[in-house]
Design a protein around this ligand. Sequence first.
Ligand code: HEC
Length: 155
Amino acid sequence: MHRIKRARSYSYMVAAACLLSAAAAPSRLAMSQPASSSASASLSYDFFKTKVEPVFLEKRAGHTRCVICHTTNNAPFHLVPLSPGATSWNEEQSRQNFELIQRVAAPGILESPLVKHPLAQEAGGDPHHGGGQQFASQDDPDWQALKAFVTGAAK
Ligand code: HEC
C-alpha cells in the first residue's frame, strides 16, 4: 500500500513537469528560434550569390560599400574579406558568407537585421546604423533584393 502511494505521487510530479514544460515551450520557441516557426521560407544560396552579394559590393552615392566595413568591424553582420585584387567572392568564400549571413537573416522574418538595419528609419528601418541609411526607401531594388532573400526567393 505504502509503495503504491509513493509511485502515484511520483507520476503526478512527472505529469506536472510535462504540463509545465509544454506551457513553456511555445514562448521559448518564439523567442529564440523565430526561423523554425516559418517552415515555408528558406534562404537560397543561389539567390544569395547572384542577387545579394552584389548589393554588398556596390557603391552607393554618399555611402561606403558594405564590404569595406563588414569584413573588418565586429558587427554581427560579417563578410569574408575579398582576396587581394579580387572584385567579388569566389565560390568557397561565398559559401562562408552564406553561413555568416544567417546571424542577421532568418528565413521568413522581415524584422531580420539585414533587412531593417541599413534601411532609412523614415522608410521603416532601424533608427541608427553605423554604416548610414544606405537605402532611402523600400523602392530601392537593392533593398528589395535583401527582403526577397529573407522571404525565401530562389531566383
Ligand atoms: C561605414 C561602415 C559601415 C558600412 C559601409 C555599412 N555598415 Fe553595417 N554596420 C556598421 C557598424 C559600425 C555596425 C554595428 C553598429 C550598429 O549596429 O550600427 C553595423 C551593423 C550592421 C548590421 C547588424 C545589425 C545587428 O545589430 O544585428 C547589419 C545587418 C548591417 N550593418 C548591414 C549593412 C549593410 C547591408 C550595409 C551595406 C548596404 C552596411 N551595413 C554598410 C558599419 C557599416
